[in-house]
Design a protein around this ligand. Structure first.
Ligand code: ADP
Ligand code: MG
Length: 380
């Protein structure tokens, strides 16, 4: 069991990322933290393994105050999986996975044996073991990330949007396999996502967070869908309930607005006037989006890939409304990036604009249902 007791985090610049969080994540269950980008999900997760220290409050692991354990000792019992897998590019898949058992004192042969075992568990054929991460697809890399986290057989797993960067079909496969795996292993899991569909599918329990790092509701999926605690949760959940059905509808021409950009490799110093609200989109010389730059964290020096926030997904003009909404909700600036079929930047949309589209579509469906003859006309 993991218990947050009045946990807050204020960053040195004054940002309150997490505000008086009280949550219990029961043993052997999946607790999902869900909410829009910037609501404090990653900060909450990283406070569990003390990659980030709380400003106040305590986090308990069973009956131990994690603040009294050494971070190294604490992390031995906690696996950690992130969005882009975070694999070592110059080590083979096998060696990536064997890293943790080696660190824990197993000899090379034992560690590799264990690595092969978990690779198989996550559904990766042994032929991938000798490859390097760059030679795998995104979905395969995520499997390796999960295998690495499982290698030391930790009782607790922390997962930060592990499936968000892969396409929807692979994402659904990874989710299914993850549930099957958890059925066998029964770990205590805290899983972060911005996607309410994913939360509902995976969570035994869901914590909905709102901007400012406040808990809006902690409930089972069914309870959340049937009895949202307030307008915010109803909006977040309800909007998605609607777009689950509408998600596969093509978005048509979205009302994109042009998004100011800066070039990767240029100087951050000149960016200030370009940024609308502290975030500026970075592109390469073919106008392909590379990620967002926060002026709060980088206002001088050269803009390098390491500085970029790559969390957000991209949506293609004419793609699904679901993908467009996903792009907006996952973007740290709140502006979803829309690209053409070659991946070149077209502009951005806000979640509000996409929701407007969805609501208009839903309204026209209702009208069509109410007046069948005119619907037939429209369809004809
Ligand atoms: P999420 O994972 O939900 O997108 P985060 O936990 O990453 O949210 O961030 C929560 C808030 O804290 C955001 O406003 C973010 O900009 C801010 N933040 C995150 N890391 C830092 C940092 N190192 N310094 C200052 N502010 C930060
Ligand atoms: Mg995050």
């Amino acid at each position: 069991m993991i218990r947050f007791e009045s946990v807050s985090k204020r960053y040195p610049d004054g940002t309150v990322a997490v505000d008086e969080l009280d949550i219990i994540a029961p043993s052997a269950q999946i607790t999902v933290f869900v909410g829009p980008s910037g609501c404090g999900k990653t900060t909450s997760l990283r406070m569990i393994n003390r990659m980030i220290e709380p400003t106040s409050g305590k986090i308990w692991l069973d009956d131990q105050d994690t603040g009294t354990l050494s971070p190294a000792q604490l992390r031995r019992g906690i696996g950690y999986v992130i969005q882009h897998a975070g694999l070592f590019p110059h080590r083979t898949v096998l060696d990536n996975v064997a890293t943790v058992p080696l660190l824990l004192g197993q000899n090379r042969r034992e560690a590799r044996g264990r690595a092969m075992e978990v690779l198989e568990r996550v559904g990766l054929d042994s032929k991938f073991a000798k490859r390097y991460p760059g030679q795998l697809s995104g979905g395969q890399q995520q499997r390796v990330g999960v295998a690495r986290a499982l290698a030391a057989d930790p009782p607790v797993m922390l997962m930060d949007e592990p499936f968000s960067a892969v396409d929807p079909v692979v994402r659904a496969q990874l989710q299914d396999e993850f549930l099957r795996l958890q059925g066998d292993l029964g770990k205590t899991i805290v899983f972060v996502t911005h996607d309410i569909d994913e939360a509902v599918k995976l969570g035994d329990q869901i914590a909905v967070m709102r901007t400012g790092g406040k808990l809006a509701q902690l409930a089972s999926p069914v309870e959340l869908l049937n009895r949202p605690a307030d307008a915010f949760v109803a909006g977040f959940v309800g909007r998605d309930r609607g777009y689950r059905a509408l998600g596969f509808e093509p978005s048509g021409e979205l009302p994109t607005r042009s998004e100011p950009t800066v070039l990767l490799g240029s100087e951050a110093g000149g960016v200030g006037s370009t940024a609308q609200d502290g975030w500026v989109l970075v592109v390469d010389d073919t106008n392909t989006p590379q990620g967002w730059l926060s002026l709060a964290t980088a206002s001088t020096g050269q803009i390098t890939p390491e500085l970029l926030h790559r969390g957000g997904t991209l949506a293609t003009q004419g793609g699904s409304l679901r993908a467009a909404l996903d792009a907006a909700l996952s973007s740290p600036s709140g502006r979803g990036v829309i690209v053409d079929e070659d991946g070149r930047l077209l502009g951005s949309v806000t979640a509000a604009q996409v929701v407007e589209r969805i609501e208009a579509l839903a309204a026209s469906r209702r009208n069509a249902a109410a007046a069948p003859s005119s619907a037939a006309e429209a369809a004809g």
